[in-house]
Ligand binder design. Structure first.
Ligand code: NAP
Length: 336
């Protein structure tokens, strides 16, 4: 059982992040871009608060997006075995490191334990293959992708082993509710430092978020843009007009001000750049309240009220790796 979490209460950031205004100009007094900003995880590791997701990208799209993102200042990249694009991400990372004269330690790379690999030995075996595909010798963050019933505790023990061996700098979970988190805290010896969960104006999971803040667990938002319904919401459009920003930028700013680590996906250069340009305006408390009122707990991939599952039968999340036809090409593609 974990008795000492070494807490750093990130919860103090909620509602206050970036909300200070420069007296002179009436805009936020950021000395650095959001892409350079980090948050200290409970184990002391600094994690960028804004990065790039690559779900639904082919290997080519992932490789291109990763290179565009890193060239434009992104340092956090989020992938998963399930996305079938680790080889593209791995190639993109190495090409970008070379092109931008960066070091591996300048980046923060996350991948996840695939549902179909869960269990102790299978997680350890799959991890080595994941590292190989990503062309890395260590990971910055390894997450359990979904809590597969009957397996996630054993999976966690394997993840802890990788952490103790120094193969991952930080470890965490994804799509875990409070009950499942408590179970891991009881069974484990290392507290998960991050829970990656769906979070955007339509899905705010306030009580889970509050619980996580209370124990010093960082919240990373997947699906941070909220899809078409959020992106075409008239209330958000009005706020966007008032700030002369896009709706996507307002939503990402909201996620950020709420204290989330954010990883929007785009396969388009102009969006990858624009999505990160959210540090030149601040949402007022009234605007935050207006967006908070849009919450419907409307998950895009979910199942009734945080019911837990056994694989794809109840989640609708396929236990399949996406099979892109360019995997082989990117496994072996030489960096130029
Ligand atoms: N742990 C989990 O279970 C889990 C689940 C889902 C996702 N994730 C991670 O979280 C990342 C982000 O979530 P997500 O990809 O589901 O959703 P998202 O980032 O909220 O949205 C991505 C979608 O929004 C579009 N988009 C991006 N920027 C835009 C802009 N400025 N204006 C309008 N549309 C824009 C993208 O299209 P284009 O590409 O065409 O620009 C794409 O269709 C994923 O990529 C993945 O890394 C994790």
């Amino acid at each position: 059982m974990i008795t000492n979490f070494g807490l750093k209460l990130e919860g103090l950031l909620i509602y206050t992040r970036g909300s200070h205004k420069s007296k002179k100009e009436g805009i936020c007094s950021m000395e650095k871009s959001i892409l350079q900003e980090t948050t200290k995880l409970a184990n002391g590791v600094e994690m960028p608060v804004f990065g790039l997701g690559v779900w639904k990208c082919s290997n080519k799209e992932a490789a291109d997006s990763v290179q565009v993102a890193i060239k434009n200042g992104y340092r956090l990249i989020d992938t998963a075995k399930q996305y079938g694009n680790q080889p593209g991400v791995g190639y993109g990372i190495q090409q970008a490191l070379k092109d931008n004269r960066l070091n591996r330690k300048d980046l923060f790379i996350t991948t996840k334990v695939f549902n179909g690999d869960q269990g102790y030995e299978t997680t350890l075996k799959a991890f080595e293959e994941q590292l190989k595909q990503l062309r890395l010798t260590y990971l910055d963050l390894l997450l359990i992708h979904w809590p597969v019933d009957g397996k996630y505790v054993d999976t966690w023990h394997a993840v802890e082993k990788l952490y103790r061996e120094g193969k991952v700098r930080a470890i965490g979970i994804s799509n875990f509710n409070e009950e499942k988190i408590q179970e891991l805290l009881e069974a484990g010896t290392v507290m998960p430092q991050v829970n990656q969960m769906e979070f955007n104006p339509l899905v705010q999971e306030e009580s889970l978020f509050t619980y996580m803040n209370g124990i010093g667990m960082a919240m990373e938002a997947w699906g941070p843009l909220g899809g078409g319904e959020a992106l075409s919401n008239p209330a958000v459009e009005k706020i966007a007009q008032a700030h002369d920003k896009s709706v996507a930028q307002v939503i990402l700013r909201f996620d950020y001000q709420m204290g989330a680590i954010t990883i929007p996906k785009s396969a388009h250069e102009e969006r990858i750049i624009a999505n990160s340009q959210i540090d030149d305006f601040v949402l007022s408390p009234d605007e935050v309240a207006e967006i908070k009122a849009l919450n419907q707990e409307k998950h895009s991939i979910w199942y009734p009220s945080f019911a837990w599952h056994k694989g794809s039968e109840t989640t609708g999340v396929k236990d399949e790796v996406s099979h892109w036809d360019d995997v082989e090409e990117y496994l072996n593609k030489p960096v130029q």
